[in-house]
Design a protein around this ligand. Structure first.
Ligand code: GUN
Ligand code: ZN
Length: 432
């Protein structure tokens, strides 16, 4: 199949708004797709010349084709937690989030929510997500079964937590270890599924569970690891009181061998310079969750600062559903932009779209598979319409550059701007 449209794919991180060498843009471009992969991409005439005679063609012009969006941190059991009225993180967790996650002990409930979850991902143009399931293995099974059915590249893990939460949400160090191993054996590498080792955060794991986590990481060094770090001042204080031997919050994870290039740390808002150095030295990734940070009043993430330090910290951007308030990576980057504005920093549109696609793929060490339109990679991509609503169409009348178009889509766009989502070469949004 030949997909025609205006194509945009990043080659590397853009250094400025004028850094046109950072991306490949074709005003009349095409993708040649077969068996779930991109075989060729570039100018329409060039790609067409490589295609077999009489090939089926879909023309998305004048719309823009981008790699599918990547969301590097969210909670699948929190779809019904979105918009819960709380003063701060710990109140929000205890009042709404923990009770809601208890419901995922029921497979039928987990399966129902999994169906909705993948529908929302597709509706919003997110083709890969990194998810926390609940503590219950049944929730992980429901998640991965649905991911396999939809042939989507997903990363997810069974949450391990053995203290400071309701009884219905607690495992034990042994259970957390055994069930994580079982999940890896059953799901890792099945279809496009990846398993992440997922201790929720230091507050909800005993030192014994942290040691079991360390063992899992040593036994499965290629797997992603995900947890939360330095989101809220009370959370930081509580953590340091639980681990008095640690120098700071980051040191808690360092002591259990949890930092490294496959480790994704949600939030990282209030890190000291020492902690940033440790993040940098270990190649760990700080995952920025802007709508969540604003919604829970957690603080302003130093995105630009982390990138320009002498020891830069790898960064990524995510929705953090259900602390986050939108499934849309466009809405998410709009809020990321505003958080930088409040700190006197600029986040230009090319940087934003790089982050949603190739940047997040690199944060996951998966840029050889997703996040670009390069030949040989997975055919996961989205079609964007900058005139998707009457208000956007009116503004679009005065847009006359690619940067302005991207910025309009980010500032006013949401799921309505996603005309189509392709997963492994198949159009899956139309007909949802
Ligand atoms: N820290 C520990 N668990 C959570 C969670 O579910 N959401 C957020 N935002 N922070 C957390
Ligand atoms: Zn989270």
């Amino acid at each position: 199949m030949l997909i025609r449209g205006r194509t945009l794919s990043f080659l590397r991180k853009p250094e400025s708004l004028d850094d046109h060498a950072a991306y490949a843009y074709e005003s009349d471009g095409a993708l040649l797709i077969a068996e779930g992969l991109i075989l060729a991409s570039g100018a329409y005439e060039t790609v067409k010349a490589q295609a077999p005679e009489g090939i089926a063609e879909i023309d998305h012009r004048p719309h823009l084709i981008l790699p599918g969006f990547i969301d590097t941190h969210l909670h699948f059991p929190q779809m019904q937690v979105i918009g819960s009225y709380a003063a701060n993180l710990l109140e929000w967790l205890n009042t709404y989030t923990f009770p809601e996650e208890c419901r995922f002990v029921e497979s039928a409930h987990a399966q129902r929510i999994a169906t909705h979850f993948f529908d929302e991902m597709i509706r919003h143009g997110t083709t890969t997500a990194v998810a926390y399931c609940s503590v219950h293995k049944s929730s992980v099974d429901a998640f991965f079964a649905e991911a396999l059915r939809r042939d989507m590249r997903m990363i997810a893990g069974k949450v391990m937590m053995d203290r400071n939460a309701p009884q219905g949400l607690l495992d034990t160090p042994e259970m957390g270890y055994d069930e994580t191993r079982a999940v890896i054996e059953e799901w890792h590498g099945k279809g496009r599924n990846h398993v992440a080792i997922t201790p929720r955060f230091a507050i909800t794991s005993t030192p014994e569970q942290m040691r079991a986590t360390q063992t899992l990481i040593q036994e499965f060094p290629d797997l992603h690891v995900q947890t939360h770090l330095s989101e809220n001042r009370d959370e930081i204080d509580f953590t340091c009181s639980l681990y008095p031997e640690a120098q700071d919050y980051t040191d808690v994870y360092a002591r259990y061998g949890m930092l490294g290039p496959k480790t994704l740390l949600g939030h990282c808002i209030h890190l000291s310079e020492r902690e940033m150095d440790v993040m940098s030295d270990t190649g760990s990734v700080a995952v920025h969750c802007p709508t969540s940070n604003l919604f829970l009043g957690s603080g302003l993430f130093p995105l630009k600062k982390l990138g320009r330090r002498a020891k830069p910290v790898r960064v990524s951007v995510a929705t953090d559903i259900g602390g986050g308030s939108s499934y849309s990576m466009l809405r998410t980057l709009d809020e990321a932009y505003k958080i930088q504005q409040l700190q006197g920093e600029r986040l230009n549109p090319f940087e934003s779209y790089h982050l949603m696609t190739r940047g997040n793929a690199e944060a996951l060490s998966l840029a050889d598979r997703i996040g670009t339109l390069e030949p040989g990679t997975d055919a996961d991509f989205v079609v964007l319409d900058m005139a998707a609503t009457p208000a956007m169409a009116l503004k679009a009348e005065v847009v006359n550059s690619l940067a302005d178009e991207l910025f309009l889509l980010q500032t006013m766009g949401d799921d309505r701007a996603i005309t189509e989502t392709y997963v492994a070469g198949k159009a899956v949004k139309t007909g949802l």
